[in-house]
Design a protein around this ligand. Structure first.
Ligand code: PRP
Ligand code: URA
Length: 214
């Protein structure tokens, strides 16, 4: 379901993922269809994203006999959305893992400098004890993801993955260089950035397409 192209990077390889991504990439896909499809895609992306989730063995009783079975380890993970487009992914992740807490990091790219500006942080106080899944549909220059990982590290987080829909090679290289121990999981690895730091072929501005703004 995923191919390991380079160490620390998993790119999904699945026909249903490819089909749904194509819907997102089409420029005439309306916002409500974009949102709905992103939601479905996030359930599929959850599969590799949660693959390293820690579990413990519990003794349970089925209707027929006792058995030892895996159950999610407490404290439960924290899903962290890079606002605002990250919500499109994290909402779906939180449906498949409702026990997880949800944190928010408000970051936007300054349109002139293309560097991330932080405007909001809300995270559980014991986040350093949790596995963190950091989600944002787009990894372009990598500036937003790098800043988000730095913030989480400042709070003591050691165990995290970054999950996205579309990554640019430039963003993957930048994130891996800044934080080589953070695995990256993506539904697609695209060609390059354009001169405005948008991903080509990409899907445009994810936040605008989710929320119908521009
Ligand atoms: C987009 C996207 C990422 C960021 C990626 O957010 O959702 O957060 O750009 O670009 P980078 O890798 O070059 O940092 P944007 O800044 O447009 O904010 P938004 O989610 O509020 O639309
Ligand atoms: N942010 C987006 O939403 N899209 C891109 O292509 C690059 C950054």
């Amino acid at each position: 379901m995923t191919a390991n192209t380079t160490p620390g990077l998993q790119v999904m390889d699945h026909p249903l993922v490819a089909h749904k991504l194509t819907i997102l990439r089409r420029k005439d896909t309306p916002s409500h269809v974009f949102r709905h499809t992103l939601h479905e895609l996030s359930w599929l992306l959850a599969h590799p994203t949660f693959a390293a989730l820690k579990t413990v063995e519990d003794n349970i009783e089925t209707p027929l006999e006792m058995m030892t079975a895996a159950t999610m380890r407490a404290p439960f993970p924290c899903l962290v959305s890079i606002l605002r487009a990250g919500n499109g992914l994290i909402d779906g992740f939180s449906q498949v893992c409702p026990e997880a807490s949800v944190g928010h990091l408000g970051l936007y790219r300054d349109h002139d400098t293309m560097t991330p500006v932080s405007y909001y942080t809300s995270l559980p106080s014991d986040i350093e004890k949790r596995q963190v899944i950091l989600g944002d549909p787009m990894l372009a220059t990598g500036g937003s993801a790098i800043r988000a990982v730095e913030k989480l590290r400042e709070m003591g987080v050691t165990d995290m993955v970054f999950s996205c829909l579309v990554a640019a090679p430039e963003g993957v290289a930048a994130l891996q260089s800044a934080h080589p121990d953070v695995p990256i999981i993506t539904a697609a690895l695209d060609r390059e950035l354009n001169d405005k730091c948008y991903i080509l072929p990409g899907l445009g501005d994810a936040g605008d397409r989710i929320y119908g703004t521009d």
